[in-house]
Design a protein around this ligand. Structure first.
Ligand code: TIU
Length: 229
């Protein structure tokens, strides 16, 4: 049994479990000026703080041979997968699909949709394009996790209370044991991040667990991917 020291209590990885890392939406659209996060009126510089920590976690998970899934939020160029409600939301001057400094906003394949270079996926890591906030909605994430017998998920990325929390709730309802990595997720609103961490682990871990990157890496030292050994 591998144990990660977490809140509200230890997060356990029994012998027959398998754990994967999910990195949500570390794309230029949310991290840089001129992207979707910026046009919604957010201070995108706040999200930069987690990049070195998330890189350290990613490298640690790579060295332990965890399956790694990256996601990006984006839409087909014809926007056929974007609900009108999402297009209209916010009443801003620019919206999804409009031309902006990093290409068309939140459109797949545009420069803004690319994952930031520091966290670029390696060959063999899976990149899921998702049209919604949750990574399970209208994607093939669940069958890919099932193929790999994944039972436990480390959840990271941006933003904590939007795509990260939505994904964690979707995963929790599907039976995955989820741990949100506290210093590998960030929000444009520090109080929303704090609240999300609290609501996830409240009521005996109603949605799952939270722990720091150091604790996760410490726990994973004794972990071997059953598909590798
Ligand atoms: N606006 C905001 O906080 N987030 C998003 O729109 N998407 C993600 O969280 N990825």
């Amino acid at each position: 049994m591998t144990v990660i020291s977490a809140q509200p209590y230890d997060y356990e990885l029994p012998e027959d479990s398998n754990i994967a890392l999910i990195v949500i939406d570390m794309q230029r659209d949310f991290m840089e000026l001129g992207g979707f996060g910026d046009i919604l009126g957010n201070d995108v510089s706040l999200l930069q703080a987690i990049v070195p920590t998330l890189k350290r976690l990613l490298d640690g998970c790579r060295s332990r041979h965890l399956p790694i899934f990256h996601t990006t939020e984006g839409h087909q160029p014809d926007l056929s997968d974007c609900p009108v409600s999402k297009l209209k939301r916010g009443k801003g001057k620019l919206t999804i699909g409009d031309a902006a400094p990093m290409g068309r906003i939140l459109v797949l394949g545009e420069p803004g949709n690319g994952i930031i270079p520091e966290l670029a996926p390696l060959p063999g890591e899976i990149v899921i394009s998702k049209p919604g906030k949750g990574a399970f909605y209208n994607t093939n994430l669940e069958p890919l996790l099932k193929e790999r017998n994944v039972t436990h998920l480390l959840i990271t990325g941006v933003t904590t209370e939007v795509c990260v929390q939505t994904t964690m709730r979707e995963a929790n309802d599907r039976g995955y044991e989820c741990l949100l990595v506290e210093d590998a997720t960030e929000s444009y609103f520090p109080e929303f991040k704090r609240s999300t961490l609290e609501m996830v682990r409240a009521q005996g871990g109603i949605i799952g667990w939270t722990a720091t990157t150091d604790r996760v890496l410490q726990g994973l030292r004794s972990w071997s991917n059953p598909a590798i050994v």
